[in-house]
Structures are given as C-alpha cells and as structure tokens.
Ligand binder design. Structure first.
Ligand code: 4NP
Length: 163
C-alpha cells in the first residue's frame, strides 16, 4: 500500500479537493487497494469542519464528492506514516519540514504542482478570501495535476491499471 497525503493551510479548500479528485482517479483506475489517500492542514482553525461549501459545490459541479471529509491538523507522525506528502504552496512545505526535526523525511515531501504540466509558480493559490473564479481555477489546477501524479505513481510502483 502506498500512502499519499495532501496538505494545505486550513484543510477545508485545496487539500480536501486534491484528496477527493485524486481518490476519484484512483478508483477509476481500480487502484483503491494499492493507494491510500488523505489530507491535512498545517493550521488548526478548522479542525473537525467539513470542506468549505464553495469548494464542495465546485467539486460537485465536476462530479466529485467531498462528502464525509473533516479537517484535521497535520502532525509529526504523518511524516512517518505517509510515503508521499504533497504541499499545496511553499509556506505549507516549510511548515511541514519544520516538524521534521531530525531531517529524516524531507525526501517524502514536495510541492504538488511539481507534477502540473503547466506548473506556473508551483503553488496552488489559496481561494479562501477570493471569488468563485478562484475555486474553479483551483479545480482546474488540481484536476490536471492529480491525473499526472497518478500516472507517475503507477510508473514508479509498476501498478496495473484496471481495463
Ligand atoms: P485551504 O484554505 O488552506 O486551501 O484550506 C484556507 C482556508 C481557511 C484559512 C486559510 C486557508 N483560514 O485562514 O481560515
């Protein structure tokens, strides 16, 4: 089992979307017994809350459900538990690495948009304080990056896709 974790600040917008979209493609490929997916936030403000309503609606408009997700805070143990940790922006990346006090897990942590064919500044913009277009923009970024990421993991672990 390969364990994948997506991390943003609040765990109510970007990383829950990444979790939902990536899981969608994992299931579509029949790989749910091989790849486990989760998300977390570096901050604690929204712990226990469902994803932001605007993010849920945007996801639903594209056929992706974020139902059942609840925000949790990234913890030190996640560095050990997960095989791949994908940060939505550079601040998230820094905050994750700050918890790696023995410098043992840095190789597992990278920016999610390293896998984006159009990476821009390599960060998923925080849509929280913006308008609806920001959420659709985040969806487009996350959707194409999640697909590319899954292909890369399938290659890396030599996984067999369902026909
Ligand atoms: P996220 O967005 O990191 O994509 O979940 C945010 C949600 C809430 C806050 C910041 C970012 N906040 O400061 O409350």
């Amino acid at each position: 089992m390969t364990r994948v974790l997506f991390v943003c600040l609040g765990n109510i917008c970007r990383s829950p979307l990444a979790e939902g979209v990536f899981r969608h493609y994992v299931r579509k490929a029949g790989l749910e017994d091989h790849i486990e997916v989760d998300s977390a936030g570096t901050g604690s403000w929204h712990v226990g809350e469902p994803p932001d309503r605007r993010m849920r609606r945007t996801a639903e408009a594209h056929g992706i459900s974020l139902d059942g997700q609840r925000a949790r805070q990234f913890e030190k143990e996640d560095l050990e538990r997960f095989d791949h940790i994908f940060a939505m922006d550079k601040e998230n990346l820094q905050d994750i690495l700050y918890l790696d006090d023995g410098d043992a897990y840095g190789h597992k942590v990278r920016l999610f948009r390293e896998f984006d064919p159009e990476p821009g500044d390599y960060q998923v913009p925080d849509p929280y304080y913006g308008g609806p277009q920001g959420f659709e923009n985040v969806f487009q970024i996350v959707d194409r990056t999640a697909r590319t990421l899954l292909h890369r993991l399938v290659e890396e672990y030599d996984l067999e896709l369902r026909q």
